[in-house]
Design a protein around this ligand. Structure first.
Ligand code: ZN
Length: 131
């Protein structure tokens, strides 16, 4: 199945844990795993905690790693401004796999699933598939 998510800004962290959890019964997964896949080249999926300061620290780390205003060929050739978002999406990867036990996500106490917007606000599509 496909989730459709509207992001609000660059570096938006959208918590999609509940949406994935509620797709499990439709997917008829009791015990096994689900693949969660971003169909985009400038949006990724991560697993982490929704805790004060973590998002901000993560974004600051990403900006040090790949400054949005860096000198990128893609931006010069395409007159585009999202090379850093493409590179960061490759660094973070397009998919995650999550364990399912007794029809529920088998996550750690503080783990949440986030779609992260690395470019401008967009409509994003995420595949959730039983494996
Ligand atoms: Zn681009």
């Amino acid at each position: 199945m496909e989730l459709v998510i509207k992001t609000k800004q660059q570096f938006d962290f959208v918590d999609i844990t509940e949406q994935i959890e509620s797709s499990l019964s439709e997917l008829k997964v009791k015990n096994g795993a689900v693949l969660v896949f971003s169909k985009h080249t400038t949006a990724s999926l991560i697993v982490n905690e929704k805790e004060e300061g973590v998002e901000e620290d993560t974004v600051n780390f990403w900006k040090r790693l790949l400054p949005p205003e860096g000198d990128y060929r893609h931006n010069q050739l395409r007159k585009d401004d999202n090379a850093h978002a493409h590179l960061l999406a490759m660094f973070l990867g397009p998919s995650i796999i999550l364990p399912v036990k007794q029809g529920r996500l088998d996550l750690g106490t503080w783990q949440r699933i986030f779609l992260v917007e690395l470019d401008k606000p967009r409509v994003r599509r995420v595949i959730v598939q039983a494996v």
